[in-house]
Each structure stands twice: as C-alpha cells, then as structure tokens.
Ligand binder design. Structure first.
Ligand code: CP3
Length: 346
C-alpha cells in the first residue's frame, strides 16, 4: 500500500504527478467540527487519550481537504505526562506543568509506566492505519528532547526557553540526564507508533532556533541523531522528517548530522536558499506563513505559487512554516489545497 502514496514516494526522492501536501496542526480549533468534539471530550488531554475522539479529529481535516497525509492527533507533552510529570492544558493559557528543575524532581520521573500510559495513543495509531483512505499516509510524531525539555523545566511555554537554557548552562550533568531520559522515552514511543502502523515520523523541535551553535549541537542535533539511530536499528527504512524550527543556516549540518530523511523548513527560510542549499541533500517540506492562511486573498495565492515554483522541481512536500492558528478561515485552507492539487509545474 505504502508504495503508491504520493507522500511516501516524495520522501523516497522519487518523482510524483504533483507535490503532496498536508498542514501542520491540520486538526484543531479553526474547524467547528473539532470544537464540537473538544467540548464533548472535556479537557484537551481527555481528547488525546480517547481513541474514539482522537481518531475522529485526525480524520476531520481529510474529509474537507483530502490531504496526502494524516497526522496522529496527540501532543508533544504526552511524553512528560507519561514520565510522571503533572500536566494540564488551561483554557487560553496553554500547557501548565509542575516544573522539573532540580535533580530531586528529575529522579522522580520514570520510564516504568511509559507504554501503559501511552496505550490509548497507540490504539489511535492502530485504528487510523486501518481507517485512513488508501492514498493517504499516516504520520506519527513526537517533540524533540530540547523542545519538550523547555516545557518540562519552565513549566510552561516561553518565548526564550530561559529556564531550560539556564539549567543547561548551570548544571550540564543534570540537564544531560534529563535529555538522556527523553531520548530513551521518545525512541520507545516512536518505535511503538511504527509498530502500530505509522508510515512516517516527524520530530518537532519548535524551539531549536534559540540555541547558540554549541548548544544546538548538544541539545538539538545530538539527541535527535540518537533517537533516529534507535528507531532505524529497528526500522531501517522508516522515513523521518525533522523540524528544527529557526535553525537557519544550520539546516545543512542538521541534515548531515542527524540522518533525517527530510526537513520541514520554517517560515523565515527563503525558498530559493532552501532550494540551493538543502534540496540536494534531502526532500524539503514547507513553508507558507500560517498568517497568510489567515489573511487570504491575492497575497496568499501568490505566496503559494512562489513556493511551488521555487521548490517543486525536486522532491518537495507543500506545508506551512509552522502550525495552523485558531483564527484561520477554513475556506482559505480549501483555496490552498486546490492550488496545490491543481498545480502544474511549468
Ligand atoms: O498537527 C496536528 O494536527 C496534530 C496535533 C498536534 C497538536 N500539537 C495538537 C494540539 C501536534 C503535532 C502538536 C505539536 C505540538 N504541541 C508542538 C510542536 C509544534 C508546534 O506547533 O510548535 C508544541 C510546541 C506543542 C505544545 C502545545 N500544545 C502548546 C504550546 C499548546 C497550546 C497552544 C495552543 O495552540 O493552544 C498545545 C495545545 C494543542 N495541541 C492544541 C492542539 C489542537 C490546542 C488545544 C485545545 O484544543 O484547546
């Protein structure tokens, strides 16, 4: 089955009739049908841990837009939750965690119940692999250790990840122990997703861009490389997409060092720079500004066509440079989907 999917072909570097597309955060609050299920589920975590609901919200955007890939509905923070860290999603505030910022608190976390706690997520993957349309690929995912650690240490999202950076500078040994724990948990988690039917994996390093070079090597590239080695020792051919958001000119080194199959480029990356400096190394995914998807109109169409014209001569997956935001009009997503679907390379 997997062989005939446009998305998989592109990740193998093979030509297709047109570029495949999907959107990061394609399931979510911009869709009224998501809001209805979200209300029924109660809390966001109850939605993630209920396979009936999680399967349904994964399929919702496909019914509207027939993307070439479905992404498992879950969140990157289920890993700290499964390790025993307290986690809540508060309305309008995002995630709130009990910070892990001392060795004592770190020692309380444990891998012992990881698979048991994540069992509903595995069930969701398994059902999705049977329920998605035959031409659609199923993407599993996890957060990269640095990004997940930034929430674990700070206890919430922050624009500069100061808490995690300060802990890493102040007590490198303790921070390395946290990263090692996350490498192990994330490797096991992603391997199980593949066992349950995920055909592609994406690793989200949303906050990689704020790291200075030495720390980028230590906390972004090295842990990602280890996770990929662990997964490939079990599944040598599984395609893995890396998203080191904000990595800028470090993308080529990231690709060479980590062994990713493809990279997702963020909104700030010039498409022609990516074509000239990255696309000979691996397939590229990206990178429409999610806010253009909010504003729409001629500027949206122009940007979509510019990205397609610049990147589609070589293996390319159309996507956003970051996730869809809640105020996005669903009809704008339809406009972009149709543009990509009908695109003819000139
Ligand atoms: O792409 C998809 O459709 C799959 C689902 C998905 C979610 N989160 C659902 C979600 C994925 C792939 C993620 C990844 C994720 N989660 C990242 C990395 C990618 C990125 O966007 O930067 C990060 C940093 C998180 C952590 C997280 N989860 C934050 C900071 C928030 C709050 C901000 C927000 O948008 O509300 C979440 C909550 C979250 N994750 C929602 C969804 C649909 C909204 C929760 C709700 O419905 O109330």
């Amino acid at each position: 089955m997997t062989e005939n999917k446009r998305f998989i072909q592109t990740l193998k570097g093979l030509p297709t009739d047109r570029p495949p597309f999907w959107f990061m955060r394609q399931a979510g609050r911009y869709l009224p049908e998501y809001m209805a299920i979200r209300k029924e589920a109660g809390s966001f975590l109850d939605l993630c841990y209920n396979p009936d609901f999680a399967v349904e919200v994964t399929l919702q955007p496909l019914r509207r837009y027939d993307m070439d890939a479905a992404i498992l509905f879950s969140d990157i923070l289920v890993i700290p939750h499964a390790l025993g860290q307290h986690l809540e999603f508060r309305q309008g505030k995002g995630p709130v965690l009990e910070p892990v910022d001392t060795v004592e608190k770190l020692e309380k976390l444990s891998l012992d119940n990881l698979h048991e706690k994540l069992a509903p997520v595995y069930e969701t993957v398994s059902r999705l692999s049977r329920e998605i349309p035959g031409h659609t690929a199923l993407i599993g995912f996890a957060g990269a250790p640095w990004t997940v650690a930034s929430y674990m240490v700070g206890g919430k999202g922050s624009p500069d990840q100061a808490a995690a950076r300060l802990w890493a500078y102040g007590d490198e040994v303790a921070f390395q122990a946290l990263m090692d724990l996350l490498v192990e948990a994330t490797s096991r988690y992603l391997i199980r997703q593949v066992e349950e039917g995920a055909e592609v994996l994406q690793v989200f390093d949303t906050w990689a861009g704020n790291l200075p070079m030495e720390e980028f090597r230590k906390w972004c590239m090295a842990p990602t490389k280890k996770i990929i080695e662990n997964i490939r020792s079990r599944f040598p051919d599984i395609p893995i997409i890396g998203f080191p958001r904000g990595a800028g000119p470090r993308y080529p080194e990231y690709i060479r060092q980590t062994g990713v199959t493809a990279v997702s480029i963020d909104t700030s990356m010039p498409a022609d720079w990516a074509r000239d400096n990255i696309q000979s190394l691996c397939p590229i995914q990206g990178n429409l500004d999610p806010l253009l998807l909010v504003s729409g109109g001629k500027a949206l169409e122009k940007a979509v066509l510019n990205i397609l014209d610049t990147l589609s001569a070589k293996p390319f997956i159309f996507n956003l440079g970051h996730g869809i935001v809640p105020q996005t009009p669903p009809e704008h997503v339809a406009v972009v989907s149709d543009l990509v679907r009908n695109y003819v390379r000139n």
